[in-house]
Design a protein around this ligand. Structure first.
Ligand SMILES: *Cc1c(COP(=O)(O)O)cnc(C)c1O
Length: 371
């Protein structure tokens, strides 16, 4: 599994069995006819798009989704024979390639369709999913009139064909379910305006999948919870089954020393030892995704918690040890050790953000090891 370049002990261990578990569990929870679209955008939420896609497909996912044309091309290079949906907009210059590569695009504007229709003919039409903005306010058609226009232009097109229609919920992870209900009804109303029902109608992200299984329709888009992470605290409390976390971030103690009281540590000397203290240095820093704001966050060593002290450097940081440990001792930054666990939510709370942002924050300098 290890490359000869993986000398640094700082690693992301990705558990593909957890990915498979999260797929199998959600599929047995959803109606049989609902297809699972595994969302592997942003390099599989930091877990590695291709390896995650393979695991999800093996476990029963029927389709993949990414955010951008380039992400679709990267996945396509390694995985054939499965549709890849680009969830965001794509430039019209990508449509011909998408058609050849069985990459399904999202269409949001009639001017885009007209632009595509002006291109020289293709051998094969590009399949598109029409995006309906039911309340998110990001991309998509909002009214019947806009929808009618876009459908008319696509039906006249020698380049495009309608394969699906979808919307995206903006608040399915919140306590108030009324907002999502309204979005769903607005979406279904517009779906009813297609002259012919698109093959694949889909609405749900992880939060909606887990909280509103009745909105599953033809397909669902499973993102954050594919990786074992609940979209929010509210959803976590309503989970219909247990998710399994797929990512562990670990390293090893690179250096250990005992300091006398009153010794400053790191840039700015922002931490000063209170008493005689054992201090360990870890070969991980903010360039790896350990944000500077995480000073004070704990790590696991010997099954116990130890705080990060002083300013986090680009490539290294210091921790205060409960007692001496040998250099090379395993340290877990995200994941389990003994009876202790540090979840991405803990980092997210400390940084005043959401677990999604933590998942995608680990840089490519951290090798992903799959088991
Ligand atoms: C990212 C994304 C998803 C997946 O959302 P999760 O909350 O991660 O499940 C689904 N649909 C669209 C359009 C997205 O952009």
């Amino acid at each position: 599994m290890f490359n000869e370049t993986d000398y640094r002990p700082t690693r992301a261990i990705i558990d593909t069995k957890a990915i498979k578990h999260n797929v199998e569990r959600v599929m047995s929870y959803l109606p049989k006819e609902t297809q699972l679209i595994a969302v592997v955008k942003s390099d599989g939420y930091g877990h590695g798009a291709v390896r995650i896609a393979l695991a999800a497909l093996q476990a029963g996912a029927g389709m993949l989704a990414v955010a951008t044309p380039d992400e679709a091309m990267t996945v396509r290079k390694h995985i054939k024979n499965v549709d890849i949906l680009v969830l965001g907009t794509s430039p019209s210059s990508f449509v011909k390639v998408a058609a050849e590569q069985d990459i399904v695009l999202t269409v949001t504007s009639d001017t885009w369709v007209q632009q595509v229709n002006k291109q020289p003919p293709y051998e094969k039409k590009c399949r598109v999913h029409v995006k309906i903005d039911s309340g998110m306010g990001r991309i998509g058609v909002r009214t019947e009139t806009e929808l009618a226009k876009i459908v008319k232009y696509i039906n006249q097109s020698n380049h495009l064909s309608i394969d699906g229609a979808f919307t995206h919920f903006s608040r399915a992870d919140e306590k108030d379910v009324g907002l999502t209900k309204r979005q769903f009804h607005h979406f279904m109303q517009l779906v009813g305006c297609f002259p012919e029902k698109p093959r694949l109608v889909h609405a749900s992200n992880s939060a909606a999948i887990l909280v509103f299984p009745e909105y599953a329709l033809d397909a669902v888009r499973y993102g954050i919870s594919l990786y074992g992470i609940a979209p929010s605290k509210v959803v976590e409390e309503r989970l219909p089954f247990a998710l399994e976390r797929a990512m562990t971030i670990e390293t090893e103690l690179a250096y250990v020393k005992k300091l006398a009281a009153g010794q400053p540590l790191g840039y700015g000397g922002r931490y000063v030892t209170n008493e005689e203290e054992w201090i360990g240095t870890l070969p991980i820093g903010y360039a790896d995704g350990l944000k500077r704001g995480l000073t004070g966050q704990e790590v696991l060593i010997g099954g116990r918690r130890a705080p990060i002290v002083g300013t986090i450097c680009m490539d290294q940081c210091m921790i205060r040890l409960p007692h001496v440990f040998p250099e090379g001792e395993k340290v877990v930054l995200i994941g389990k050790q003994g009876d202790e666990e540090i979840a991405v939510e803990e980092w997210a709370n400390r940084l005043d953000t959401i677990p999604y942002e933590i998942a995608v924050t680990f840089s490519s300098r951290i090798p992903r090891i799959y088991n």
